[in-house]
Structure formats: C-alpha cells, structure tokens
Design a protein around this ligand. Structure first.
Ligand code: HEC
Length: 132
C-alpha cells in the first residue's frame, strides 16, 4: 500500500504535464509548435481594415517583390521558390501562411533583417483578407 502511494505521488507531476501539453492552443492545427499561436496562421481579416491592407500590400512590394516576383524566371530566379510571388494573387492565397511565417521568424526579407512589428501586422491583415 505504502509503495503504491509513493509511486502515484511521483508520477503525478508528469501526468499533469502531459495533460497540459496536449491541451493548450485551441486553434492549433497540429503543427506541433505547442505555443498555441501558429505562425503559419494569418488569422482573421479585421473589419474596416482597407488602409491596413493597403499598407500590407505596399510592404510586400517594398520588401519582397524585388526577389519574389513572377517577372523573375529561369536561372535569374536562383533558389527563390517558384510558388512564392507577392505579385500573384494565387500565390498570396496559397502561400500567405508561408510568407507570414517567414516574416515572423525573421528569415525574410532575406538579408534585410526582421521587419518592425507594425509592418508585420499590416502584412498579416493583408494576407488574412486576401485569403478569405
Ligand atoms: C534578396 C532576395 C529576397 C527578398 C528581398 C525576399 N526573399 Fe524570400 N526568399 C529568397 C530566397 C533566395 C529564398 C529561397 C530560400 C533560400 O535560398 O534561403 C526565399 C524563400 C522564401 C520563402 C520560402 C520559405 C523559406 O523561408 O525558405 C518564403 C515564404 C519567402 N521567401 C517569403 C518572402 C517574403 C514574404 C519576403 C518579404 C518580406 C521575402 N521573402 C523577401 C529571397 C528573397
């Protein structure tokens, strides 16, 4: 009896940890980052956000289009993925999450350093509204 009590007592913290580990992020899509906010997820398009959407588009044009444009083809394109083009509505719809993630993580714009939070939010709003 005594042995069993000690056994349970020792296991309890792990069991609680396991439960918390599985619960957490309501909107998690199973990407497994466990934070509850998936950087892949561009989230909601806020109402009356036309100005912010325009700012987001402009930021993509300023910071990304020099490399991620449909105009860049063949060997000129180097290693730039063919499906990531900020001047292509289809790419914005299909790859918006990828774009947002690369910006949040600061890997893009390549060589440019991480964008300011306000600019990242403008881009998120633009991508979210375009994805609807
Ligand atoms: C100076 C050129 C350049 C600029 C500017 C640039 N990219 Fe890239 N991007 C690349 C290259 C090259 C790759 C291919 C990956 C590599 O070789 O590192 C890439 C890859 C990506 C990928 C694929 C996933 C990944 O991280 O490899 C995404 C998404 C992306 N870029 C989004 C963006 C966005 C959004 C911006 C603007 C905020 C941007 N890029 C600005 C050159 C650029």
């Amino acid at each position: 009896m005594r042995v069993r009590t000690v056994f349970l007592f020792c296991l309890a913290p792990f069991m609680i940890g396991a439960l918390l580990g599985c619960g957490g992020g309501g909107g998690d899509d199973g990407s497994g980052n466990g934070s509850g906010t998936d950087p892949h997820d561009v989230g909601e398009c806020p109402p009356d956000s036309a100005a912010q959407q325009a700012a987001g588009l402009q930021a993509l044009e300023t910071h990304c289009q020099v490399c991620h444009t449909k105009a860049l083809t063949g060997t000129n394109r180097g290693t730039i993925p063919a499906e990531i083009n900020v001047d292509d509505p289809e790419s914005i719809q299909n790859e918006g999450g990828e774009m947002y993630e690369s910006i949040v993580e600061g890997t893009m714009p390549q060589g440019g350093g991480k964008l300011p939070d306000a600019t990242i939010e403008d881009i998120r709003v633009y991508l979210a509204c375009e994805a609807e």
